[in-house]
Write a protein that binds this ligand. Structure first.
Ligand code: UD1
Length: 432
C-alpha cells in the first residue's frame, strides 16, 4: 500500500489547479440513469471514488466513453459520456456499496426509471453510523414500497412515483439528491422542505434542468419539482471542488506560504474564507480564482462549528483543526454533523498537537511547531489533515493508508510539490 512521505517546514509558493468536485460528480453520474440518452460530464476529477461509481453504473448497464482528458486535471479535467440506453440490472451489490456510501444515490434514479431497485444497505463507516432512513421514508411518501431484506433495500413502485410534500427533519445532502432525481421523473409536484443547500446539490439540480427537469428554488431550502415523463441527454460541467480548494487554502496558511488556487469558486466558500481571515490569513480574489497568503501573518486560533451549508462544512473540520494546532491561542472546534469525526485527533497529538476532546467539541491549544511522525487515518478528510500537519511539522512525516487520500484528492503530492513542498509517494511494500 502506498504511503506519503513529507519533510515539513517549507512555505508553499506558486499555484495549484482545482479539479471538479468529487461530491458533485458522485451525484451527477447516477443522474445518467434517468434517461436513455447520453449525459456528458466535463471537468470530472480523476479519483478512486469516481471509478467506483463508474463500475457501479457499468454493472447497471451504463455505457461509458472517455471523450477527452487533458491529463492536466484542474479546470480542464476529463469528459465522460454516460449512456443508460437500457438498464440491465437494478441491483447495487454489497461489494461496491460498502466501498462507497454515495452508491446509494442510484436508488432514486433506478426506482424512478425502472420502478424497482435493490441496493445494499451501506452499513457503518469510519465517521459514524450514517443511516439512510430519511432517503427511504421520503421515497415511501412518493409511493414506493420498501423492504429491508438480507442487508438490501428492496424498493418497488407500481407505475410512476407520485409527487409528495417531503419535510426532511434533518438536512441531508444525499437524501435531497436522491429525492431530486426521483421527483424529476415522478407524476405531479414534489416539494422538498428543509432541503440541503450545498453547492453540490445545486449542481445536480442545474444538470437535471439541462436534462429537461422542472425544478424551482435551487440553492434554497425549499425545492419544488414538477415531474416530467422523460428526461433527455445533456452536456454538463462539474462545479469546482470547494473542499479541495479549502484543503489547499489551509496548506498555504499552515506553511505560512502564498498560493493561488486556480479555478477556485470563492463564492461557494464564504464560511471557510471567513475562518481563514479570522485567524489572520489573507484571502483575495484573483482573475483565475483566489489567493491565500500567510507569509507575513501570525495566525491566531478561532472557534469553528460545523453546520449544513452555508455554515462551515464538516468536510473541512479536520483540515482546520490541523491549522489551529499551529496557531497561537486556543480554538474550540464543534462537530454537529457526524458523531465520531475526531479520529484525526490522536494522530495530530502524536505530532505534538495539544487537543482535548469533550463530546462533540475539541479544544485546540496551538503550539509553535508540530513534529513529524508516522501517522495514519481512517477517512479521507482526516488523512488530508495529516498531510497538512506534515507540511508544517519539523522533520519527517509518513502518512499511511494513502488510499483514503486517493479517493478524494487528485495528484495531491504533485500539486503540493509544484509549490515547493518536499513530499513524495512511496509505492507499495504492503505496509500499512
Ligand atoms: C454528504 C457528503 C459528505 C459530507 C456530508 C455532509 C457526498 C458523497 N458526501 O454525505 O462528504 O460530509 O454530505 O455535508 O456528497 N442522516 C440520517 N439519515 C439519513 C441521512 C442522513 O440520519 O437518511 C444523518 C447523517 O448520519 C449525518 C447527517 O444526517 O449525521 C448528514 O448526512 P448527509 O447530509 O446525508 O451526508 P451524506 O449525503 O452521506
Amino acid at each position: 500500500m502506498d504511503r506519503i512521505r513529507i519533510i515539513g517546514g517549507t512555505p508553499l509558493k506558486g499555484s495549484i489547479p482545482i479539479g471538479g468536485a468529487k461530491n458533485a460528480a458522485l451525484a451527477l453520474m447516477p443522474a445518467c440513469l434517468l434517461t436513455d440518452q447520453t449525459l456528458t460530464l466535463t471537468n470530472l476529477p480523476h479519483l478512486v471514488d469516481i471509478t467506483t461509481m463508474a463500475n457501479l453504473l457499468a454493472q447497471h448497464g451504463v455505457g461509458m466513453a472517455l471523450n477527452g482528458d487533458s491529463g492536466l486535471g484542474g479546470a480542464s479535467g476529463r469528459a465522460l459520456d454516460l449512456t443508460a440506453a437500457e438498464i440491465v440490472n437494478t441491483t447495487a451489490p454489497y461489494d461496491l456499496v460498502r466501498r462507497m456510501r454515495a452508491s446509494v444515490l442510484v436508488l432514486g434514479p433506478l426506482l424512478a426509471r425502472c420502478g424497482r431497485a435493490r441496493v445494499s444497505l451501506p452499513g457503518g463507516c469510519a465517521i459514524g453510523t450514517r443511516p439512510v432512513d430519511l432517503h427511504l421514508k421520503a421515497l415511501e411518501q412518493m409511493g414506493a414500497r420498501i423492504d429491508l431484506q438480507e442487508g438490501y433495500i428492496a424498493a418497488e413502485v407500481a407505475g410512476r412515483l407520485k409527487g409528495a410534500h417531503i419535510i426532511f427533519p434533518q438536512v441531508t445532502v444525499g437524501g435531497t439528491e436522491n429525492l431530486l432525481m426521483a421527483a424529476s421523473l415522478a407524476e405531479g409536484e414534489t416539494v422538498i422542505a428543509n432541503a440541503a443547500r450545498e453547492p453540490e446539490v445545486a449542481d445536480l439540480a442545474h444538470c437535471l434542468l439541462a436534462m429537461g427537469a422542472r425544478i424551482e428554488g435551487i440553492g434554497t431550502g425549499t425545492l419544488r419539482i414538477q415531474g416530467v415523463e422523460r428526461l433527455h441527454g445533456a452536456v454538463y460541467s462539474v462545479v469546482p471542488d470547494r473542499i479541495e480548494t479549502g484543503s489547499y487554502a489551509v496548506a498555504a496558511a499552515i506553511t505560512r506560504g502564498n498560493v493561488e488556487l486556480v479555478g477556485a469558486r470563492m463564492d461557494l466558500m464564504d464560511s471557510v474564507i471567513k475562518v481563514l481571515r479570522d485567524c489572520g490569513a489573507e484571502v483575495t480574489a484573483t482573475e483565475r480564482g483566489m489567493r491565500v497568503r500567510a507569509d507575513a501573518a501570525e495566525l491566531v486560533g478561532t472557534d469553528i462549528m460545523t453546520e449544513p451549508y452555508p455554515g462551515f462544512p464538516t468536510d473541512m473540520q479536520a483540515q482546520l483543526m490541523a491549522l489551529m494546532a499551529t496557531a497561537s491561542g486556543a480554538s474550540m472546534i464543534t462537530e454537529t454533523i457526524f458523531e465520531n469525526r475526531f479520529m484525526h485527533v490522536p494522530e495530530l497529538m502524536r505530532m505534538g498537537a495539544k487537543i482535548n476532546v469533550h463530546g462533540a467539541s475539541a479544544i485546540v491549544r496551538g503550539v509553535p511547531r508540530l513534529s513529524g511522525a508516522p501517522v495514519m487515518a481512517t477517512d479521507l478528510r482526516a488523512s488530508v489533515s495529516l498531510v497538512l500537519a506534515g507540511l508544517a511539522a519539523e522533520g519527517e512525516t509518513v502518512v499511511n493508508r494513502v488510499y483514503h487520500l486517493d479517493r478524494g484528492y487528485e495528484r495531491v503530492e504533485e500539486k503540493l510539490a509544484a509549490c515547493g513542498a518536499r513530499i513524495e509517494r512511496i509505492k507499495g511494500e504492503g505496509a500499512e
